[in-house]
Ligand binder design. Structure first.
Ligand code: HEM
Length: 404
């Protein structure tokens, strides 16, 4: 373990502290993952003194224990970030009990398997349009041109925006995400709200039979929808769905381009695409950490946590826990059982997982059809942990024979 072996004043069962900081922006991806492993293998539930103090839960069975015990742990109040974000609670994600179930019904309707199937042609069209734009170039960075921009556009299309409007909504969302915590935030967020409400009000006057028109009608999924609630829904969709899916897409392309055996099998075995998607999500785990607060005195992995005590679930560390996954660091598309936690588990399990999986399958399939001799063209650049939660690829240079 580390030299920082402070102990909580709660008795002998309290685990040693981990010298761990999920907000350390100087650690690169390799260092972050190495620390995850050291901490998890030394102590699947470890105490951390930073950011007000919390228990870091890194073991697979220990995380399943927490996510299965839905009444013992809260996602509301201080929310799912450590330290708390200070922003209004994100719908579904940062609510408990009956309120959570109400929000969940709204998203279940928006993101159900059938709603997602209906948007598949728009996903294929959006993916192809982005590939059209690069196909003649022969060498590009796939992150800014392909893996990053598409998911936000797909979310826009899902609710009924045109391609151009979806691109604009993504630009506005990117601007307010990246200004979080700065003086510029209010202005950028205001522009996003104005844009969203403009379209909502337009649908109120001229309904078009799309999701926006349903929201504009004032009721959706059993919930009254006023302007504020509609904006919250948009924020949740984009907060939950854009950067996570973009990271998942880049991770998938990278894993496939670095595994020639899988690459060679994909055209012959269409079923393999779905398994490659999930195995890549396990290893990438785009959104890595989510917090909870103890509702009463409880314990996790045999370690006591007092009422109000905070824990940080490290889904990424658990996704490489050798107690659950044989050869955990390997990209093995033939795993007999892959119960990964990239989408979480339990009451808050990702409501956008059907959309995310479909987007990833379409992205990989179309990419390999359109650019069949695609190959890496230099080393990809990984981010460290962004905002204590997101792990992504910053740059993914590739080359291919140009086509028109
Ligand atoms: C690869 C892509 C994605 C990943 C890795 C991911 C990951 C996650 C995880 C781990 C959770 C659980 C959080 C917790 O336990 O506190 C979650 C919840 C959620 N995700 Fe996703 N997500 C992805 C895509 C999406 C998409 C495309 C959307 C919507 C457009 C979305 C919307 C949400 C929402 C609204 C929640 C909250 C659910 C609840 O609290 O009941 N996600 N996601």
């Amino acid at each position: 373990m580390t030299t920082d072996q402070t102990r909580r004043p709660l008795g002998p069962a309290v685990p040693p502290a981990a010298d761990f900081d999920h907000h350390d922006t100087t650690a690169d991806a390799a260092r972050v993952r190495a620390r995850y492993e050291e901490v998890r293998d030394a102590c699947p539930v470890a105490h951390v003194d930073r950011h007000g103090g919390f228990e870091l839960v890194s073991g697979y069975p220990e995380i399943r224990e927490v996510t299965a015990a839905r009444d013992a742990w809260s996602s509301a109040g201080d929310g799912i970030f450590i330290p708390p974000s200070g922003l209004p609670p994100v719908p579904a994600l940062e609510f408990d009990g009956a309120e959570h179930r109400r929000w969940r019904k709204v998203f279940d309707g928006l993101l159900s398997p059938s709603a997602v199937r209906a948007v598949e042609p728009a996903i294929v069209e959006t993916v192809d349009a982005h590939l059209d734009a690069v196909a003649g170039r022969g060498a590009v960075d796939l992150v800014p041109t392909f893996t990053h921009p598409v998911p936000g556009v797909v979310i826009g299309r899902l609710v009924g925006l045109s391609v151009e409007e979806s691109v604009r909504s993504q630009e506005l969302a990117d601007a307010f995400f990246s200004s979080l915590g700065t003086d510029a935030f209010a202005e950028h967020f205001g522009a996003f709200v104005e844009f969203t409400l403009g379209h909502l009000h337009d649908r109120r006057r001229h309904p078009r039979g799309d999701v926006l028109s349903e929201l504009a009608g004032g009721r959706y999924g059993g919930m009254d929808i006023d302007d504020e609630v509609a904006v919250q829904i948009f924020v949740a969709l984009l907060v939950g769905g854009h950067h996570s899916t973009a990271s998942g897409r880049a991770g998938l392309v990278h894993h496939v381009l670095t595994h020639d055996d899988v690459r060679a099998r994909l055209p012959r075995e269409p079923d393999l695409v779905a398994r490659a998607v999930d195995e890549s999500l396990r290893l990438t785990t785009p959104l890595q950490t989510f917090a909870r607060t103890a509702v009463g005195d409880t314990e996790v992995g045999g370690c006591p946590v007092g009422a109000g005590g905070r824990i940080l679930l490290n889904f990424a560390a658990a996704n490489r826990d050798p107690r659950e996954f044989a050869r955990p660091g390997e990209f093995d598309v033939d795993r007999a059982r892959n119960r990964h936690l990239a989408f979480g588990h339990g009451a808050h399990v990702c409501v956008g997982q059907h959309l995310a999986r479909l987007e990833l399958r379409v992205a990989l399939t179309r990419l390999l059809v359109r650019l069949p001799d695609l190959a890496l063209d230099g080393e990809p650049e990984f981010t460290g942990l962004v905002a204590g939660q997101l792990m992504a690829i910053r740059s993914l240079p590739v080359r291919f024979t140009p086509t028109r």
